[in-house]
Design a protein around this ligand. Structure first.
Ligand code: ASP
Ligand code: MG
Length: 463
């Protein structure tokens, strides 16, 4: 089989874990072709973002501390993860070179006191560039014939939407086949940076946070892989957060649509757009745990056998806020909602849920909590003066409960069962939305009621 295996940051957290990941790769090489994709070591991407932030504020001392932490983390990992002296020296030399390059980039941001999306992508790319070289060393160490490639060298070309770039699939397909395909044909295992790519001018771009999953499925599609395996530190996608529901469990099989829905609602270990390429090319995706590799994990496929389960998972989305916009004059006036959404879109504020009463006199929206004050001030400026809107209210102590399952489609009574279960616990529901795809029902409750609402539904459906 041809397998793309992506290792998440927690699976590459230190030298020992990188060794473990390398052993896992090796154990599958007999009879399979494996393409390895690496995330940055755990915590490194956050540190790199913070590095850019501090540098653009001219905080020299913070920058120095962060650079030292980043550099030490990788130098320690490579000395623990690679035993052979020559290989270790080679990786150390490459890493030190990269760290020097990183320092130069950060120094220029410090001088300019300005970071552009383009320079930010350049700086954060070092996380994957460093981890991938250490993984290459660990694999070489145990006798795997492999070659490391940065996303761009592997042929992944994107548009220039820095920070959230989109792959240009036609050229990417051609290039990946040419560059990575030829390595595989020679029996070489490619070890590729996740998350980063290049635009058409060869400038480094990134695919958005958690983008290594996306790299893996893009490569899977281009190379016509049989399966894409996303290795992380969880056994798979769960029916609910085990911290909330004690008897929650791993889902053995779910559909692409369900998995996308779960990813959108923040299920751990999945990039929302990552499943698109796999879905298009009908490539199976497995979510597996490097610390428990024999566990079957979760299999994501287009058509799981009918399991009979209507509801598959219940998710709690925290750190959100609800906005309610009311006005009698909104009734029958086309374009009010458009105006609200446009105002938010211009501010790059993502709307997670929207619902409008049939009377059209009120619209409720859910957004990320940290965007609330920006959203309020922009909507006030754009709409309060217009006479269309009379009143804007917001609540920042709410959570969204999302109930996901493809079996809800065409099954009557799901809503009543869900809301009945919640009502029985005396929990008040503030807002409801169901997409016409009927893949999920989401509703807003007070933050303190969130976990109990999740438990109520999990129990009601006997998940
Ligand atoms: N290192 C990147 C991040 O933390 C990409 C990834 O881990 O998938 O967002
Ligand atoms: Mg990560």
């Amino acid at each position: 089989m041809r397998l793309v295996m992506k290792f998440g940051g927690t699976s590459l957290e230190d030298g020992e874990k990188i060794k473990n990941a390398a052993k896992i790769v090796k154990s599958y090489l007999d009879g399979n072709e494996v393409i390895v994709v690496c995330s940055a070591m755990a915590g490194v991407t956050d540190k790199l973002f913070s590095l850019v932030d501090k540098a653009s504020k001219g905080r020299v001392r913070d920058v120095e501390i962060l650079l030292k932490e980043i550099s030490e983390k990788h130098l320690i990992a490579l000395s623990e993860g690679i035993e052979d002296n020559a290989v270790r020296d080679e990786v150390r030399r490459m890493s030190e070179e990269l760290i020097e390059e990183l320092k130069r980039a950060v120094t220029s941001i410090l001088y300019l006191r300005e970071a552009t999306p383009r320079s930010r992508d350049y700086v954060v790319s070092f996380g994957e560039r460093l981890s991938t070289r250490i993984m290459w060393g660990a694999l070489t160490d145990i006798g795997v014939n492999c070659k490391y490639l940065d996303g761009g060298d592997a042929g992944i070309v994107t548009d220039s939407n820095f920070g959230e770039a989109c792959p240009l699939m036609e050229i990417t397909k051609l290039e990946v086949k040419r560059r990575v395909g030829s390595l595989i044909d020679k029996g070489v295992t490619p070890v590729i940076t996740g998350y980063i790519a290049v635009n058409e001018e060869g400038v480094i771009t990134t695919l958005g946070r958690g983008g290594s999953d996306y790299t893996a499925t893009i490569l899977g599609q281009c190379l016509e892989a049989d399966e894409v395996w996303l290795w992380s530190d969880v056994d798979g996608l769960m029916t609910a957060d085990p911290k909330i529901v004690k008897n929650s469990h791993v889902l053995s099989t779910i559909s692409f649509n369900e998995a996308i829905e779960m990813a959108i609602f923040g299920a751990k270990g999945l990039h929302p757009r990552a499943l698109e390429p796999a879905m298009k090319a009908d490539i199976k995706v497995r979510i597996k745990n490097t610390f428990n590799p024999s566990a079957p994990g979760t299999l994501v496929i287009s058509k799981p056998e009918k399991s009979g389960a209507v509801v598959k998972a219940v998710l709690l989305v925290k750190d959100v806020a609800m906005l309610s916009i009311r006005g009698a004059s909104m009734v029958g006036k086309p374009g009010t909602v458009a105006k609200i959404l446009e105002t938010l879109a211009k501010e790059k504020i993502n709307v997670m849920m929207i619902s409008q009463s049939v009377s059209e006199s009120s619209v409720s929206l859910v957004i990320k909590r940290n965007a609330l004050s920006r959203a309020l001030s922009k909507i006030e400026t754009a709409l309060l003066g217009s006479g269309l809107v009379e009143d804007i209210e917001s609540e920042d102590d709410v959570s969204v409960v999302a109930v996901v399952g493809e079996g809800m489609k065409g099954t009557p009574g799901v809503a009543s069962k869900v809301f009945g279960a919640v009502a029985k616990r005396g929990i008040n529901i503030r807002m409801i939305a169901q997409g016409s795809s009927e893949l999920n029902i989401s509703f807003v409750v007070k933050e303190e009621d969130g976990p109990e609402a999740v438990r109520a539904i999990h129990e009601e459906y006997g998940l």
